[in-house]
Design a protein around this ligand. Structure first.
Ligand SMILES: NC(=O)c1ccc[n+]([C@@H]2O[C@H](COP(=O)([O-])OP(=O)(O)OC[C@H]3O[C@@H](n4cnc5c(N)ncnc54)[C@H](O)[C@@H]3O)[C@@H](O)[C@H]2O)c1
Length: 260
């Protein structure tokens, strides 16, 4: 999104100087989240396995004059490494009060191809780190008077998609995790919400899965005619991160053009 387009959308004074941590922030929706948070004046740390893309993004954002984000290469399947990245980010930027659990892997897989190792890997990359990242920020959020945890679910847990049994199981689990964490952490002022994106036109989706048949399916299923782009989802994320949504927790926020 260029700066003229940016001006048409909301600015959140409460996000200025706020410390945010985003997983899977080097490409796709996560990249947009990192860029949009930095454009609001937040101090952002992000992790990803895509080291070169992460480093390039951090440099680009700093060149634009926004607060320079901190990029830490990290595989979310390695829980101690995620915990360590959160600790490092808090030491360098200050207590984290916005956590966006975004990293995932939606590589297609047939039911018959899934073995035990693949199943466990799918849970590790798609849901397990959500819990441990939330656990790792709880004390700092509580001590600073609260925070906002935003989990990325998926429309796939609500519609009849094929070839993603592990991913969809994990995404359905994230909805339950959101609810239980919101209940447990709410008394400390920590809000926990889940964004459910519809089919969003990231580079990876466009390169791999948005065929003419898929485009026809989008047209048929969405109420709105336009395709969804990462900034559509980022604007929901910003609102949930900001104090404007201070009374909202334990909810699913669907950004799908009216598909579900
Ligand atoms: N794009 C969509 O249409 C769509 C739809 C519904 C839900 N979502 C959800 O939104 C979120 C972002 O989706 P996206 O389309 O941008 O995904 P993506 O695959 O394009 O990007 C995911 C990011 O996570 C990183 N990543 C993957 N495995 C990792 C690992 N083991 N450790 C650290 N980082 C890792 C990737 O390098 C990438 O930068 C995901 O949670 C996804 O499930 C996306």
């Amino acid at each position: 999104m260029n700066s003229d387009q940016q001006k048409q959308f909301a600015r959140y004074p409460s996000l200025v100087d706020r410390v945010a941590f985003v997983s899977g922030g080097a490409t796709g929706l996560g990249k947009e989240f990192v860029e949009q948070l930095a454009a609001q004046g937040s101090r952002v740390a992000f992790i990803d396995i895509a080291r070169e893309k992460g480093e390039a993004l951090a440099a680009q954002i700093a060149e634009r004059g926004h607060p320079a984000p901190l990029f830490l290469p990290c595989d979310v399947r390695d829980v101690p490494a995620v915990q360590d990245a959160i600790r490092q980010a808090a030491e360098r930027l200050g207590p984290i009060t916005v956590l966006v659990n975004n990293a995932a892997n939606d590589t297609r897989h047939k039911v018959s191809d899934v073995d035990l190792a693949m199943w466990d890997d799918s849970m590790a990359v798609n849901v397990r780190h959500h819990f441990f990242a939330a656990q790792a920020v709880t004390d700092m959020m509580r001590e600073t008077g609260g925070g906002s945890i935003i989990n990325l679910g998926s429309i796939s847990a609500h519609i009849d998609l094929l070839d993603l049994p592990g991913y969809i199981t994990a995404k359905a689990g994230i909805e339950g995790l959101t609810r239980t964490l919101a209940r447990e952490l709410g008394p400390h002022g920590i809000r926990v919400n889940c964004i459910i994106p519809g089919w969003v036109m990231t580079d990876r989706q466009l390169e791999q899965w948005v065929t003419p048949e898929a485009e026809a399916s989008i047209e048929r299923n969405q109420c709105l005619p336009h395709k969804l782009y990462p900034d559509d989802v980022a604007r929901m994320m910003l609102w949930l991160a900001a104090d404007d949504s201070r009374s909202c927790t334990a909810q699913l926020w669907v950004v799908d053009g009216g598909w579900m």
